[in-house]
Structures are given as structure tokens and as C-alpha cells.
Design a protein around this ligand. Structure first.
Ligand SMILES: O=P(O)(O)OC[C@H]1O[C@@H](O)[C@H](O)[C@@H](O)[C@@H]1O
Length: 277
């Protein structure tokens, strides 16, 4: 079932008399999703790979930089990439949230996500260049498959929330359990983001121009939006389940519009147009 170490140790203790090591829990241990693959390693791999591969390409194309400096620059970039991921994976092992193979699977998953969705590859052009109805259909399909899998498990007598129950059972402090780590939350967030992307499709029209403003202006804009999103997230009331998930869905649906339309618009101070509109 791909358990997480912090609860697996305890479950084993119930089954086998042999003593198992005591794992110290931390504020970050009480993740509630299944342990594989590591979401942190997967997300970081995807984003870092996309950034480093793009910088590598920019270096390769540059005519102003010497061959030797280019090679050294690329070497440093990829070393930094590897070192960051090793540190992230080690931190996941340290907090007893993962076994090593789960981090490795996260790394492979991240590479796949970067190549199929983020980088400018043949695989990724379909969603960036597709018209709105096609991407809306993909988002709808993704949502239906996800919820279908949930109900199929229920129908087969498997509890889709088994990992949440184990987290509640074995987390040493209930305060350390956060709703935004549950599989259901991820589902709502990812479906919201997929619909948000569909609504602004074709995306390639949106981000080709990130503006003429300086890096500082762009940095301040993006930083400001991130803080605002964080505050909006914290303001969502958790008392009523349906309202909570609906607000989260809308918050994630609106973010592609903010990052890919409003931010470039403010950075260029020109209207970013979409040919399909
Ligand atoms: O699998 P990991 O590394 O413990 O990470 C789980 C986390 O993975 C992230 O990708 C999700 O955004 C979080 O919601 C989730 O809590």
C-alpha cells in the first residue's frame, strides 16, 4: 500500500513482536496521503528541471559567452539541480514521511511531468496550443477519472481514505495534521487548476511575452500575487466542508489567469490578447 515510515513502524509493531526503531515525529511528519511517490520530490524535480533545462538552452544559444564559460555554467546548474533534489529527498526521509524508493519514484515522476507538460516538447504542445473546448474536455475527463477512481475503490470495498485514517491514528500531535495534505484536497486543487488553465487556453498566447519591465518589477509582481494568494488561502473558512472545497477550487482555478494573464499584462502594460477570444 506504500505506507509512510512514521505510521508503518507502528503498524508493524502491532503485527510483529520484534522491536522496531522509534521514529521521532516532527511538525512536517503527519502527511495524510499515501507515501508514494513523494509529492515534494516530484514537484521540485518538475519545476527545477524545467528551469535548469531552459537556462541550459539559453546558455547554449548565447553567442556572447565563451565555450568554456558555457560548459562551466551548465555544469554548475546541473550540480545545483542534483544537490537540491538530494537535500529535499533527505529532508523527506528525515521527517519519516518517506522511504528512499518513494523519493526516487517522485524524481522519475517529476522528470516525466517536466517533459510532458512544462518544457517546450512535442508532448507538451497539445495543451498549450489547443483551443479552449479541447482543454476543457481534458480537464473534465481528468476530474471524472479522479472521482471515478474514488467511487470505484469504494465499490470494491477499499477505503480511499485509508491513509488519512492511519495519519490520525499514528500522528503524535493532531495539530500537525493539515487538511491541505489530504488526497481529496489535492484532487480539488488539481481539478481547479486544470479548469483554470482550460479557461485561458490556448495558453501559449498568454505567456509568450512576460513584459518589458525589469526583473525587479516582475519579481515584485509575482511575489505580491503569491503573498495575496497565501492570505486568501488562510481566509477560507474551514467550518463547512462544501464551502471550503468550493472556495479552494475557485482559488486554484483563478490562479492560471492571474499568473498567465494579469501578471504579464501588468509587466508589459500592454493588453495580452488571445487570438481565440
Ligand atoms: O508526498 P510528500 O512528499 O509527503 O508530499 C505530499 C504533498 O505533496 C504535494 O505535492 C502536495 O501539494 C501536498 O498537498 C502534499 O501534502
Amino acid at each position: 500500500m506504500e505506507h509512510r515510515p512514521y505510521w508503518w513502524v507502528k503498524e508493524r509493531e502491532l503485527l510483529v513482536e520484534h522491536a522496531y526503531p522509534v521514529l521521532q515525529q516532527t511538525r512536517l511528519s503527519c502527511e495524510t496521503g499515501p507515501g508514494s511517490p513523494s509529492g515534494h520530490v516530484m514537484g521540485s524535480t518538475a519545476v527545477l528541471f524545467a528551469i535548469v533545462a531552459s537556462l541550459d538552452e539559453i546558455l547554449s544559444k548565447s553567442r556572447k559567452i565563451s565555450h568554456r564559460t558555457k560548459a562551466a555554467g551548465k555544469y554548475i546548474l546541473w550540480i545545483l539541480f542534483g544537490a537540491s533534489l538530494i537535500l529535499i529527498a533527505m529532508s523527506r526521509l528525515y521527517t519519516a514521511t518517506h522511504f528512499p524508493h518513494q523519493c526516487f519514484l517522485g524524481f522519475l515522476g517529476g522528470l516525466y511531468v517536466a517533459k510532458s507538460l512544462l518544457l517546450d516538447t512535442k508532448m507538451s504542445t497539445w495543451w498549450r496550443n489547443s483551443k479552449r473546448p479541447k482543454v476543457l474536455l481534458a480537464a473534465l475527463g481528468m476530474t471524472m477519472i479522479s472521482f471515478g477512481a474514488y467511487w470505484l475503490q469504494k465499490g470494491l470495498g477499499i477505503d480511499p481514505q485509508w491513509s488519512v485514517k492511519l495519519a490520525f491514528k499514528w500522528c503524535s500531535k493532531p495539530d500537525w495534521i493539515h487538511v491541505n495534505t489530504t488526497p481529496l484536497f489535492s484532487l480539488v486543487r488539481d481539478c481547479g487548476a486544470a479548469f483554470g488553465i482550460a479557461l485561458i487556453s490556448p495558453v501559449s498566447m498568454r505567456y509568450t511575452s512576460l513584459g518589458t519591465s525589469s526583473c525587479i518589477v516582475k519579481g515584485v509582481l509575482i511575489g505580491g500575487v503569491m503573498v495575496a494568494m497565501h492570505l486568501a488561502q488562510a481566509a477560507i473558512p474551514i467550518g463547512h466542508v462544501l464551502t471550503f472545497y468550493l472556495c479552494q477550487f475557485m482559488l486554484y482555478a483563478v490562479q492560471p489567469y492571474i499568473y498567465l494573464v494579469i501578471v504579464p499584462f501588468l509587466a508589459t502594460q500592454q493588453k495580452v490578447t488571445n487570438k481565440s477570444d
